[in-house]
Write a protein that binds this ligand. Structure first.
Ligand SMILES: [Zn+2]
Ligand SMILES: [Zn+2]
Length: 157
């Protein structure tokens, strides 16, 4: 693990009142080593290379702990599978409705969001995150994705 990742991990555990165990350290490392939005299974596959005896249940439990402590965030639940966001900075998401890929969009790529109208009373807004849905470049390049060519659309399963 890179020195600064290790220090960041220790610091985050201290801030969020979590024991900085070796397992958690490996899970955190797997998450932040590459930017992305990972399922517990993907993290498990990565962590297993260092800790062959770790179970998927353990990885799952520790990811839940990270999220509950506020140390990491989950991606909005519309994606069908539970995913953890490795990016701790505030940001928005571009979501491809075809392949379900998720791309981060820096928070300053949108004009500041202003609330208009009334929010249900008692609701305290803590953050905004916007999800832009569409078709990613790779999907748009495939035959079925190109506009005007409807024959190639695969049947729904
Ligand atoms: Zn796509
Ligand atoms: Zn993200």
């Amino acid at each position: 693990m890179r020195r600064e990742t290790y220090n960041e991990f220790r610091q985050l555990c201290r801030e969020h009142n979590l024991a900085a165990t070796h397992q958690r350290q490996k899970i955190y490392e797997a998450l932040v080593s590459r930017p992305g939005h990972y399922s517990p299974e993907e993290i498990y596959e990565q962590v297993k290379q260092d800790l062959p005896s770790i179970s998927l249940a353990t990885v799952y439990k520790n990811l839940k702990t990270f999220v509950r402590a506020g140390m990491l965030h989950e991606v909005s639940p519309h994606h069908g599978s539970w995913r953890i966001d490795a990016n701790r900075r505030p940001h928005h998401h571009l979501v491809c409705t075809r392949c379900r890929s998720i791309t981060d969009l820096p928070v300053d790529s949108l004009a500041p969001v202003k609330l208009r109208g009334v929010i249900p009373s008692g609701f305290r807004v803590e953050k905004f995150s916007i999800e832009l849905q569409g078709i990613c470049k790779a999907c748009a390049a495939t035959r079925s994705g190109s506009p005007g060519n409807r024959e190639g659309v695969p049947p729904l399963r």
